[in-house]
Design a protein around this ligand. Sequence first.
Ligand code: ASP
Ligand code: MG
Length: 467
Amino acid sequence: MRLVIKYGGTSISTAKDIHLISKHLNILSKKHRIVVVCSATSETTDDLLGISESIKKENKSAAELLASKIINRHKQLAKQTVKKIDVRKKLLVKLDKDFAELLALIDGMVLLGEVTPRTMDYLISFGERLSISLVSSAINDLGVKSIPLTGKDVGIVTDSNFGESKPLMDTTRLRVSKTVDALFLKKTIPVVGGFAGADQHGHVTTFGRGGSDYSSTIVGSCIKADEIWLMSDVNGLMTADPKIVKNAKLLKEVSYVEAIEMALFGAKQIHPRTFEPLVAKKIPIKIRSSFEVKNEGTLVTASTSSSVKNTVKCVSNVRNNGLIDIRGGSMIGTPGTAAKIFATLAKAGINVMMISQNPSESSITIVVKNTDLDKAVSVLELELLGKIIKKLEVTIDVAIIALIGSGMRGTVGVASKVFRAIEKNKINISMITQGSSELNLAFIVKNSDTNSAVRALHRAFALDKIN
Ligand code: ASP
Ligand code: MG
């Protein structure tokens, strides 16, 4: 099989864990052709973002302090991970080169006193540049051939939309397949840096936070992989948060669309565009743990087999949100009201998580994160109160409870089952949404009612017996 195996930061952040994965890769490489994709080690991308923040604040010493934190972390890991003296020496020389480039970049940015999207991408791509050298050397240490390649090296070409770039798939496909096939012929395992590529001018670009998942499916699609494995510290997708529901089950199989919905809410965050490159080729993904390799994890496919088409697959929850009820007589029958409200929020950079409007059009209710609430209310007051809005009513500390499963589509009685279960537990619902795709039914309760709502629904739909 042709396999792309992607590791999240938590799987490669101690010498012990890097040993574990390189041994696993060694065994797999005897049977399969593997491309490895790596995230940055834990905290590294955050530290790089911290460096850019410090530069913006003209705090050079804070930026340098963070850089030395990153440098020490990787030096330490290199020394602890690689045993063979020659392999270790080569790794340290390579890392030193990257460290020097990082420090020079920081100096340059400090001198200019500005952080452009382009320099920012160049800066934050360093996390993966460092992690791939570590992982690749750990594989070499076992006597297996491997080389580290950045997204740019392997041939991922993107547009120039820094911070949120998209791959130019035709060019990328040609380049990536050529690079990888040549390495396969030489029995060398490529360890590719996730998160980044380069535009047509060779400037480094990134895909946005969590973008290594996306890198792995881009590469997978280019090399016509048979499977893509996303390895992290979770065993797969679950029917509910196991901290809330004791008998929550690992889901054996879900579809791409269900996985996207679940990833937005669940413990395993997946980059939202991850499945895009796969839709045409229908390559299956497995979400697995790098610590429990015997566990098969969750299989994500273009469409799930009929045996696992349960109506509802999981109950997710997101706490700590705020609800804003926007009212105003002049909203009724006035085209453009919603557009004005959402444009105002968008301009302020506020992400709206849920929306509902009643048919009388006298109110629109939205849900945002608690942390965005103040800003949302103040921009709406400032720009629209007294004009199209008469009154804003705010509720803090609410939770979104969402039922996910494509089997809900066209199934009669799901909603009544949901609300009966909730009613029995004397929980009040303050907002409900269901998209017409019927993939997701979500409603709002008080934070403090989250656990009982999730448990009630898990029970009502017998999700402990799902597989
Ligand atoms: N290192 C990047 C981030 O932390 C990309 C990734 O982890 O997938 O967002
Ligand atoms: Mg990550």
